[in-house]
Structure formats: C-alpha cells, structure tokens
Design a protein around this ligand. Sequence first.
Ligand code: CA
Length: 492
Amino acid sequence: MNGVIIQYFHWYYNGNLWNEFAENTEYLKSLGITAVWLPPATKCNLGTDGRGYDVYDLYDLGEFDQKGGIPTRYGTKEEYIKAIEKAHHSGIDVYADIVLNHRMGADEAEKIEVHEVDEENRNTVISDTFEVLAQTKFTFPGRKGKYSDFIWDHHCFSGIDIVRKDGEEMVGIFKIHNEYGTVWTDDVSHQFGNYDYLMGADVEYRNPGVIKEMKNWIKWYLETTKVDGLRLDALKHISSGFLKEWITYIKTELDPDCYVLGEFWKDDVKKITYFSDKMNNLISCFDVPLHYNFFKASEKGKDYDLTQLLKGSFMECKPASSVSFVENHDTQNLQALESAVQAWFKPLAYAVILLSEDAYPCIFYPDLYGAEYTDTQDGKEVKIVMPKIEALPRLLIARKQFAFGEQIKYFDDPNCIAWVRMGSDENFGCVTIISNGAESFKEINLGKRNAHLKFKDFLDHRKEEVTTDEEGKAIFHVNSCSVSVWVKSDMI
Ligand code: CA
C-alpha cells in the first residue's frame, strides 16, 4: 500500500485543531492520506500559548483546570478522542506526538545540590557543587491524583536550566546531584560533549520509578486514546537503553502493531543509521539529510546537481525505516531549525517523496492548506506567507493511482532527472520528470509492451499528448523549474 502521513499542524496554527481535523478526514482520505501525525495533546507549561513540547502533565489531555484552563492549545480531551474516532472511521491511522525528554512548569521548588556545566561541553564542570532552590516538584494539584498519584521530584530529573541561590536567579545548565550520580547518562548523543540536556527539567531515565511510571502512562495513553502509533520527540537527548526497553514493552505487552517514528535530528545518514541499528529497527526515523538536500537544491537553483538529490539520504540507505518529508514545524521560516525549502522547489521535492519506490512520505499541513503568520525576529515583526502547493493534491492522487511497480531511474543530467514506475501487468505506472533549469526532455524507452500508447501530464503543466513508437519509446518534456507526471491518457 502506498501510505502517506500528513503532519496536521504547524508551529503557528491557531484555532481548535482537533475539531478542524475531524471535519477534514474524508477529504484527506480522498487524497490517499493513510495516517495523521497530530501535535502533543498533553497540557503544557504555557497553557494555550504552548505548542505541547513544553510538557507539564502527561495525564492531562485537556481535562483538568491546570495552567490557565481546561483545554490545550488544540482543544479538549473529549475533542481529541472524537477526532481520533473520526480518523478511524475514515480509515486513517493516528500517530500521537510524545515528548519524553523533559518537563516544564513544576508546582513546587525543592532544595537540591547541583553544579553548573559549560553549555558548549556539558562534561566540563564550571562551578563547585552548591545548594539551590529549583522547580523540580510536580504534584499536579488540579488533577488530584486521578489516573496516577506519581509525584515527580528531583530524583526524577538529571538537570535543569534555572535555579535560585540566596534569592538570586541563575540561568545556565545545572547538573542535579541525586542517587544516580553527578554525571549525565552516557547513552545519548555526544554533541556538546553530552546532549542529555535539551531544555526544562531533564528526565532521569536511570530512575526505575520513572521507567515504571512511563510504562504505566503509555498503557493508559494507548487505552484512552486508541492511537495507532507514536511520533517520538527529541530522541538524541534520551537514553537509548530506556527507549529500547520502553518501546519493546509497548510492542510486546500493549500493541505489537504500534508504529513508532522517531525524531533523531542529524544531517548525517551514518548517525541516523547507527541509531536505527542500535534500536534493533524498532522505530522508523525521519529522513533529515533528504530534507537538507531539498533545502540546498531550492537555494541553489540550476547550480544544484539533481543527480545527487538522493545522495546521503536515509531513504537510499535504509528505505524500510525511513520517513521522508519536505518541511516541518521546526524547519518552517522563523523556527528553531529554519531551513525552509523554497516554494518553487516544493512540487519537485514532493514528486520525489510521493512517487519514488522506497518512500514513506509525510506531507506538511501548510503545503496542503497554506498558512500565514507573524513572529518577531531580531526585534522586528516579520510576516510569513506559506502558499499552498497547488500541485500537491494531484501528486497525492498520482501516488495513489500510478506510483507502483518496478522503478527505473534516469539520473543522468544535473538539471533534469526522471524516473519510471512500470506499474502492474494491467496498467502502466508513470514517468516523473523534473527540471531545476531550462525546459528540458528525456527520451525514454518503456519497452514493446508499452508501444503505441498515448500519454498526458497528470499535473497538466505540459499540454501536449505524447505517443510511444513501435518500440515503446517517446520523448517526455518538462517545463523550466517544474515537474511533469506522464501517465496513460485514458487514465486521466
Ligand atoms: Ca535528556
């Protein structure tokens, strides 16, 4: 099956997302969408201003009056569950966004011992050990122990960014001292010496009580929401030993079919592959290097060598574990990992991830619906308009109808590449051709069984009809900086 995920949100989405999504499931189904990635449903520190990554209470999905009200940014628990039911009714799987790495907005301060570390090398100690007050105790007074009476305190955290000493606030990275030692766990990314710490109060996964609670929680979450899979945030920063144990628990005790997709943000296929192998292939990973290839190609225009477009991608290296995407909520303009693929190149990039043999593609909400937002950058208000990608619905339908069968690549020209999907015995698939320079063409031989067939561009960028000769050969054109998807005329 040619599955497609949609990331159904972006950083600046405003409004009741759960209800909006519930109204659109039939349309998404008609485009061939088979799964949706929804943002974190848990109550966060900034209340409705937070995006869900500043996690406060994992058991509050918009049910308790905490952090300024009952609903989260995206709606209430009841609306979330209804949206999931609606998706299932339309035959769409739901992947929940899960933040395991940190917590924010503790209810109480505790007196603890810490030392400060260098932000550039977290193994370098830059202070003596000293006693501070830190926000490390989570009692969730608004929930009153419903679903779980587990109290999080400094035994459950390994580091924090804000402490108070003698009434003065200090900001930095502070290693918390507890019974699990005074150094960071080693089985995380070694960027910045040790990348266990990302933000907020960093969860201590060497604490067996924490591991048990996180197993209890995911059991509750899967039973309560009935989601079909998980998108796990920020995996570089989490103990891979814990992750393996936790995911194995999910797959053996709770749901063997639970799909697990990880965000391991590295523009280096070797590091992603190493992580994926280490996790015993229990999880799929986003193809970050391919995103950066698209970004560079869109910036360089005709000076980019299209024959290298898939080079160094996770899709090429380990296709069965790869999820390819063009853009996401972190790479969009004004966001943390800003590397927005330019609009002209997006139809070309989407053709690659939607019509190639090996991809499990994930499309981005604003590329289907468009988006407008403002934010401040360097003290100035900046307005961003993300136009919807006009060709995207047609490319999705092309995936559903034509992207089947053997693939033959023609990656032989720096400015024009093509690939053929041979389809099935009954029907020919498609010829996809993209150009990042001038109008161009390729002569392609589809074999004698495709002789004397008429072809048209499914995207309607090219208007002519092409006929294969007695050998099955024809010349397929593409416009300047464009994409065409040639299919049998009688299939349109
Ligand atoms: Ca961590």
